[in-house]
Structures are given as C-alpha cells and as structure tokens.
Ligand binder design. Sequence first.
Ligand code: XUL
Ligand code: CO
Length: 444
Amino acid sequence: MMEFFPEIPKIQFEGKESTNPLAFKFYDPNEVIDGKPLKDHLKFSVAFWHTFVNEGRDPFGDPTAERPWNRFSDPMDKAFARVDALFEFCEKLNIEYFCFHDRDIAPEGKTLRETNKILDKVVERIKERMKDSNVKLLWGTANLFSHPRYMHGAATTCSADVFAYAAAQVKKALEITKELGGEGYVFWGGREGYETLLNTDLGLELENLARFLRMAVEYAKKIGFTGQFLIEPKPKEPTKHQYDFDVATAYAFLKNHGLDEYFKFNIEANHATLAGHTFQHELRMARILGKLGSIDANQGDLLLGWDTDQFPTNIYDTTLAMYEVIKAGGFTKGGLNFDAKVRRASYKVEDLFIGHIAGMDTFALGFKIAYKLAKDGVFDKFIEEKYRSFKEGIGKEIVEGKTDFEKLEEYIIDKEDIELPSGKQEYLESLLNSYIVKTIAELR
Ligand code: XUL
Ligand code: CO
C-alpha cells in the first residue's frame, strides 16, 4: 500500500511538557476515565471534505495546499488515493471515525445513474479498507448545495425536477451510509432558505422541506437503516436566511410536522455563533429537549460574520461543550467531527495533522475539566439552591399545576417582602477558572 504521509510518524501522547508539534500534549486515547477510555468519550472524526478535498481556495485566490493525492490526474485515481490517504491519516492520529458527503468521495458522471455507479466503486474501496482497520463511519450526507442545479435550493427549490433529483440523491446517500455502517445521517440545509422574500413562496418551501424529510424517514425504515437522523442548524451562509436557523427554530419545525421523534441535532460551534448564540446555548437547548446527537467541532471568529470553520483551540468553549455532552449522558450514535479546515496559509501536509492534534488536545482538556465540574456538581448545586422556592409551598404548587392566577394573587397580595438569592455570576466564572487551573496542574 502506498504511503501518503511518509514524513509523519504515528502520533503519540507525550504529555503537557512536550514541545513536539506532532505529539498529543493532553490527549491520551487510552487513559481511562469513569471506566471508559478517553477515545470512546470523545469519538473524534475527520471531515472528508475539509481535509481531503478542500485545498485552500477562497473567493479571492486559488488553491494553496500541497496535497499528496494531487500527483494523480485521473479523477478516479485521485478519488481512490484520497480514500487510502484517509485511512493512513486516521491510523496515524488514532482517529476512529470519519464523515463525508457523497460528492466528496467520488466525481459526478453525466447522469445520476452514471454518478451512482462511480460512487459505488469508491464505496467498495472504503469497505475494503474498513476490513483491516478500526476506522468507522460516524455519519454520511448528501451534497445538495454545490452543483448549479441547486441554486434555488434542493428540498425547497422552485423546480420539481430538482426536488426529484435531490430526493434520489439522498436515497442513494442513505443506501451507502447504511452499507458502510454509518452511525448517523446528517441533513444540513445548505441552500434550504432564501435570498429575498420578493421571489419566495415561503409556505410551499417549508411544506416541501417537511415532505422531503418525511420521505427520507420512510425510506430509511424501508431499507432498515437504523442510524440516527440529525439536523444541523445554521442561520445563514450560503443563503441570507436558512430555514434550520438554530435548534429552537428547527425543533419547532419538526414538531409542527410531526417529525420530531425521528431527529436529533448535530450542533456546530461556528453555526451557533453565527446565529448569535454561544456554542453552549445550542448544546443546552438540544440537551434539555433530549435531542443532543452529535457535534461538528470547530470554532468561528467572533469578529467575522461568516463560517470560518477553524480548528477548536479555545479551552473555555470545549469545557462548556463537553459539560453539556456529559450532562446529556455522553455520545451514543454521535461524536466530535472536526468540521474544520486549516487556514489557507497553513498549506503544508503536516498542518493537517497539527490542526487535528490541536483540536483533539483542546477537547481532551475540555472533557477533563468538564468531568470534574460535573462530578463535583459545581453548577448543579448552585442552580438547585437558586430555584429552591419551587420545591415547596406555593412554588411546588406552581410546578405541579395546582394553582391559578386568582390563588396566586391571594397568596401574594399582602406580602411585604420578597427575598431573592444572588445570581453570583462572577463567583461561578472564577470557580470555572479554578477548575481549569486545577485540572491543568494535575495533568501528566
Ligand atoms: C457547512 C457545514 C456542512 C455540514 C455537512 O457549514 O457545516 O459541511 O456539516 O453538510
Ligand atoms: Co458542519
């Protein structure tokens, strides 16, 4: 088997003092925490599109990246080379999962029939490589946004032919995701939205989106695909407004159409901040709805209004994210997929490894801090005390639905003083800092 990254060794855990850029400082995959190795708590995944397809093109410039598969000019040779490179990459980094769009892994033919045949050949190659490897599919998806036919959207297009094309594409993507043993299937509504309401039938588009999702649910049942369906919310980009704006909006949409039982959410950090929320907010919303499925692990730049998809290196964010995951009971059919790309100027092959190492180390550290916070019940205890008034007396009656406006008026009307607890935000923020410092001090 050809080696694509001969200059990169297998990445080892060297501990916090290490200055080796090609070593883990905080992430020891086999370290057991709470009876489970860290790698199974975190379930890292590589995003095929960013790491094996994207080559640094931006709206102002050409590709910059040096990539070993570019020595192949034939599109099929290149597709197979990318697959082989993926397996070598994952094995060297000790990453056990990957995610892909149908169009990332194989080129398109002239008709959908031809495209599907080409896709099958690459899927065969992936299956072959999976046989002697630990690498598995976290989730699959269909690219319903790059081809010009999707200029008006896919499930929300104005063209019935394009709707049919998108349906057939998702049908095939579900089949190959099942064939590869995918744990989930993602719907990210890339162009499911609008640029202006002046030319948009909002009602029809939303109804069609629901029809499309229902057909997907029905087809999955028919073929026995038992992976988790995931909606990945994003408020905008490439469209001005995307229908799956955030968790709350997408959940209301699913409920409204009786689809909520079939879906969970795939929360992406940069999408949360584009929606004007924190990463933690979106995770918390999904968690309290019992719908936290998976994570697209990246970070945005809060000074920029677009999806920069950077590798996550912010310890506060990964701590609070992993706190939500732990409180949700951990990942089942989900994980931490690095939907992240190296910067255009980080064009060397080794930067792909360094980016993933940085993300893995930051999430491992975040997990360790969050685990302590959860175990010590730091925030739980505080929150419990803050809402104590709903545990007894009139508060208990409110919660149990045993009261009404008249009774509440009678209860309060002659009361002179109401005693309130302090929110103590500054105390909790400094406590969070103490946990970060304490955890780092205890690292090997
Ligand atoms: C785009 C994005 C997608 C989805 C999968 O912002 O996040 O790559 O993760 O389609
Ligand atoms: Co994503």
